[in-house]
Design a protein around this ligand. Structure first.
Ligand code: MLC
Ligand code: AMP
Length: 523
């Protein structure tokens, strides 16, 4: 395809093409309880991203250079993402919860040419970055200060987007591996543009829509699904730098679309102000990133009259399935959003369920979910072998999720073949945490299991065995982990026990541990 026949492939250029004609209209309104609201116009987005893109261009970075960013959520951080796309470089977002050992791994693995961090973290982040060979380290704070903005202020506010092709890399998202080491999922401009376009149609985005953006912008949900969704529709965003249920409830009357992980819905339901009057202008509530409990789905319907639309995706693929927004002709014009399911494969996604031997399973049978489509990533950064393992010979990606398709075409996720805990929408890989615990003095071995939690859906519980003759204190294990790992990875409880349950092969029976501890946080 040439650019003239298919429109621009540079993702920023495609999003820019959807900006409204009135560039002075408000594109983003901030809504944080502790700060005065700021208004950014579409022209502000266009100019500021041009200035940042020109700054990046002035650094004469090699093609495909990575721009690694660990900063608090702000409109300027979002602009930096768009500027990186615009300049044709590769955006690498990093969760602000990550600690130095985690950052050291990401920077060492991705070898970014540019690192952007907060002013407060500059001393240690810059040390890691310079040691890894990064030449440029800028700061960006959530109060519109920092060297990035200071330098960009001297750059032109005109910039022609890079002539990216659909297969050019746009972002690398690190997603932890079952062996404990994170893998960088490489997403192209074409992956993300195709997904944004299909979601715009499937979710019925229309003129006048306003999105409440309350998710972090270092993962797929907030960075791609929510942000691209609003931008490709030229829709205004009400922007919260941190999720605050009271602010969301207050702002719902000014909005039409909301997206959240299940924990956000649980917390909103705890707000007495959430009622039918509060949601009267709303058109769509979307949930995803973790299983939405049917109780939450039902309670939401009873309180607000709205049926949450649950969808399913992952870092490697962006969105894969969605409950229908309106009648879906592919599935007998069904428009019912069914709680406990993740709906139908999106129009350009092929999805199948296979057994361990690679045979297609009949309707209703449970197996591994495999997907193929223009949204599926290019592979793992510098891990060709791992990439090969995760794809079938005919090009389907093995998601690691276990599910089934019913006779009406609805997909249900019933579990995961990957050992993964999803806590409040964040992924926690037991192997990584166990690795850290096992290195602690006096620890012989450990197992981390996910148990139900009323707020986070699922949380990690550590079960630890001490070396003979040594005593290990559970509090000391938690305290030691806190200094090394992102806060959401810290087990919520730790038990020191005499032995771990094992099967005849000697493998730890995590299902028994889960069963034993499943009631820890209930009631
Ligand atoms: C915070 N904590 C968590 C946690 N978030 N623990 C487990 N899981 C989490 N998700 C810790 C805090 O460090 C704190 O520990 C304690 O729990 C209570 O914190 P809090 O104040 O209640 O948390 P808060 O800061 O309000 O954050 C909760 C949250 C946040 C739900 C707002 O976790 C969040 O924004 N989650 C969304 C994640 C997301 O965007 N996922 C999308 C991934 S994309 P202590 O010890 O300090 O008291 C993806 C693909 C797809 O999966 O399909 O979309
Ligand atoms: P991540 O690696 O952070 O992108 O997480 C992706 C994983 O989140 C998927 O592989 C699923 O296991 C899970 N996930 C995303 N959406 C849903 C959903 N609606 N229901 C159940 N699991 C989900």
């Amino acid at each position: 395809m040439t650019e003239s026949s298919a429109g621009p492939h540079n993702l920023y250029a495609a999003l820019r093409a959807a900006f409204p004609a009135d560039l002075d209209a408000v594109a983003v309104e901030t809504a944080d309880a502790d700060r005065p609201a700021l208004h950014y116009s579409w022209r502000d987005l266009e100019r500021a991203t041009a200035m940042m893109a020109n700054l990046l261009a002035s650094l004469k970075l090699p093609a495909g250079a990575r721009v690694a960013v660990q900063v608090e959520k702000s409109v300027e951080a979002m602009m930096l993402y768009l500027a990186t796309l615009r300049a044709g470089y590769v955006f690498l977002p990093l969760n602000t919860a990550y600690q130095s050992a985690e950052i050291e791994y990401f920077i060492g693995n991705a070898e970014p040419s540019v690192v952007v961090c907060t002013g407060a973290n500059f001393p240690w982040v810059s040390k890691i970055a310079f040691k890894a060979g990064t030449r440029h380290v800028f700061t960006l704070n959530d109060d519109r200060t920092g060297s990035l903005l200071e330098r960009a202020a001297h750059c032109s506010d005109r910039h022609t987007p890079a002539r990216s092709t659909a297969t050019d890399l746009a972002a690398i998202l690190y997603t932890s591996g079952t062996t404990g080491r994170s893998k960088g999922a490489m997403l192209s401009h074409g992956n993300m543009l195709s997904n944004a376009q299909v979601l715009k149609r499937y979710w019925g985005w229309k003129p006048g829509d306003v999105l409440i953006h309350a998710l972090p912008i270092f993962h797929v949900h907030g960075l791609f699904v929510a942000l691209h969704g609003a931008l490709i529709n030229g829709s205004k965003m009400i922007w919260l730098s941190k999720f605050d249920p009271k602010v969301v409830v207050r702002k719902l009357t000014e909005a039409t679309v909301f997206m959240g992980v299940p924990t956000l819905y649980v917390r909103l339901l705890a707000e007495p102000g959430l009622d039918r009057a509060a949601v009267r202008g709303m058109r769509l509530f979307v949930a995803g990133s973790a299983p939405l409990l049917v109780e939450t789905f039902n309670e939401w319907k009873a309180r607000t009259g709205h049926t949450i639309l649950e969808r399913y995706g992952m870092s490697e693929t962006a969105m894969l399935t969605s409950n229908p927004y309106g009648p879906d002709a592919r599935f007998g014009n069904q428009s019912e959003r069914r709680g406990g399911t993740v709906g139908f494969p999106l129009p350009d996604v092929e999805l199948r369920v296979r057994d361990d031997d690679g045979r297609d399973l009949p309707t209703g049978e449970i197996g591994g979910i495999q997907v193929r489509g223009p949204n599926v990533f290019k592979g793992y950064w510098r891990m060709p072998e791992k990439t090969k393992e995760e794809f079938t010979a005919d090009g389907f990606f093995k998601t690691g999720d276990v599910g089934k398709i019913d006779e009406r075409g609805y997909v249900t996720i019933v579990g995961r073949s990957k050992d993964l805990i999803i806590s409040g929408g964040y992924n926690v890989y037991p192997a990584e945490i166990e690795g850290y615990i096992n290195e602690l003095p006096g620890v012989a071995e450990s197992a981390l299991v996910g148990v139900p939690h009323p707020d986070f859906g699922e949380v990690g519980v550590a079960v630890v065995i001490a070396k003979p003759g040594t005593a290990v204190q559970p509090e000391a294990v938690i305290a030691a982990l806190k200094s090394k790992l992102a806060n959401f990875k810290i087990p919520k409880r730790c038990f020191v026990v005499a032995e771990l349950p094992r099967n005849t092969m000697g493998k730890v029976q995590k299902n028994l541990l889960r069963e034993q501890h499943k009631g820890l946080f209930s009631g």
